[in-house]
Design a protein around this ligand. Structure first.
Ligand code: ATP
Length: 309
């Protein structure tokens, strides 16, 4: 693997730095190269290349906004015996502490970036008659991204409720059905899907670029500010981002105060929050098995019971 890395990176020097960072999905290791330190993630699954290409595209999209710091992506390389590696800039990181509030602000800036771009274009259209369209007016992404190692459908759709119901929840539920044949999930889903539009009454959702997997294990800080990594981006409802953040903890109150100071909670936030957490519980059920079954079904029952017939 190291000979392949040397060749692909065009470096004569490739020395393990001693920094290793294994997550739940891939193994990670840093190396010193001719051009500085790199962090290399390796995964032997067949779908590793697709997973890393999605991460690479996500990092590029977030970098382009200039809002929140992420490692610069460098290269996805296929391994001979299946699997792939992903090379990116190495960042010296420690647990998020001092810059928690700044992360909240910067995340809100990321979420507002596309809308502000659209507003600038509208002004230009009014003053000079035309504007080069860079803003995104649909939900989805230009490529598949993976939350964990499972691919997410990102086909562009104008209607957020349809996108989220079909490409996020339905997709996960179909996978649960295929793997576990669970009848209760099927029965609850047939009732829940009819009620989802109620949760969006009076709400206008504008596509926001999301990190997509913002749990406490994917945020940190460098000497000069906060950093996030391992994204699975798409354009979606900004509220979706806050769902996994709350599931496993790791975010201080200063993070939430700063974020909601810029993007206040809209009416009905709490019910939609449950709907958005449902995706992550189902995705965990599909990744890690039955220990997430109980929490997924509980959430579904709760949503079905609290929404009117
Ligand atoms: N660019 C980087 N520079 C230095 N260390 C990094 C970098 N990216 C990630 N790490 C370290 O590696 C660890 C695992 O990274 P990452 O979350 O991307 O892996 P993963 O297997 O996709 O994880 P999971 O799915 O569990 O979130 C991080 O917690 C961090 O300590």
């Amino acid at each position: 693997m190291e000979a392949l890395l040397k060749k692909e990176l065009g470096t004569s020097r490739l020395k393990p730095s001693g920094h290793a960072g294994g997550g739940c999905i891939s193994e990670g290791k840093s190396y010193e190269t001719d051009d500085g330190m790199v962090f290399v993630k390796m995964n032997h699954k067949n779908q590793a290349r697709q997973m890393f290409e999605g991460e690479e595209a996500s990092l590029k999209a977030i970098l382009e906004t200039g809002t929140v710091k992420v490692p610069k992506p460098m290269k996805v390389i296929s391994l001979q015996n299946g699997g792939a590696v992903f090379v990116m800039e190495h960042l010296d990181m420690r647990s998020l502490h001092r810059y928690s509030g700044q992360l909240g602000e910067q995340l809100a800036e990321l979420h507002l970036h596309n809308q502000r771009q659209r507003e600038r274009e509208k002004e230009e259209e009014q003053t000079i008659g035309k504007a080069a369209r860079q803003s995104v007016d649909k939900f989805g992404f230009h490529t598949t991204t993976c939350c964990g190692y499972l691919p997410q459908m990102n086909d562009w759709q104008s209607d957020w409720v349809a996108f989220y119901s079909q490409q996020r929840l339905q997709y996960q539920i179909s996978m649960v059905m295929k793997t576990y044949g669970d009848r209760e999930v099927h029965e609850l889903w047939s009732r829940l899907q009819l009620k989802i539009p109620q949760l969006f009454t009076g709400i206008k959702v504008f596509p926001a670029l999301l990190h997509g997997d913002l749990w406490g294990g994917n945020v940190a800080e460098c000497a000069e500010g906060p950093v996030t990594f391992d994204p699975s981006s798409f354009y979606g409802h900004s509220e979706f981002e806050m769902s996994i953040a709350g599931m496993f903890g790791g975010f201080r109150s200063s993070f939430y105060t700063a974020y909601y100071g810029k993007i206040p909670k809209a009416p009905g936030f709490e019910e939609r929050h449950q709907l958005y957490q449902l995706f992550h519980y189902l995705n965990h059920w599909n990744h890690f098995g039955g220990e997430y079954k109980g929490s997924s079904l509980r959430l579904m029952r709760n949503l079905v019971e609290h929404l009117s017939a």
